[in-house]
Design a protein around this ligand. Structure first.
Ligand SMILES: [Zn+2]
Length: 135
């Protein structure tokens, strides 16, 4: 019979899978390309976890807030908003995946509504959806 620590670890793993597992599920869900520059991931273009609503803006570490982006895009995006960075990607001649960004924001809005909390992230999500719809 497992001890309390093992039971707790198993519960946390199922409720809050660690970042590597969440990144893998993002890749399974969206395909192995960077959401911003559309490059296919390989040994040189490594996937990272990009928080759609940055954590400094109150974005949660939930699967709904995480998309796979290459290291370069993740770093260069910094704390700019998805709408700002999407414009910058287009200016550079890249092909950012707008439908993927919208799907994630909509899933995140729903998750926040269901789970509650995330007060700082709510207006950010709403304004990003408003700005990105119709682009
Ligand atoms: Zn990229």
């Amino acid at each position: 019979m497992p001890g309390a620590a093992e039971t707790f670890a198993a519960t946390m793993t199922s409720v809050r899978p660690n970042r590597a597992l969440r990144l893998q599920s993002a890749l399974d869900r969206d395909g192995a390309t960077c959401v911003w520059c559309a490059r296919t991931f390989d040994v040189l273009v490594r996937p990272t976890t990009d928080h759609l609503v940055p954590r400094v803006k109150g974005g949660p570490s939930w699967a709904e807030n995480e998309l796979a982006a290459c290291r370069r895009c993740n770093r260069e995006r910094g704390h700019s908003t998805p709408a700002e960075w999407l414009e910058e990607c287009r200016r550079r001649g890249w092909h950012p995946d707008l439908p993927r960004v919208l799907r994630a924001l909509e899933a995140l809005e729903l998750a926040v509504a269901e789970r509650g909390g995330q007060r700082r992230a709510r207006p950010y999500i709403r304004s990003q959806l408003r700005r990105l719809r119709g682009r």
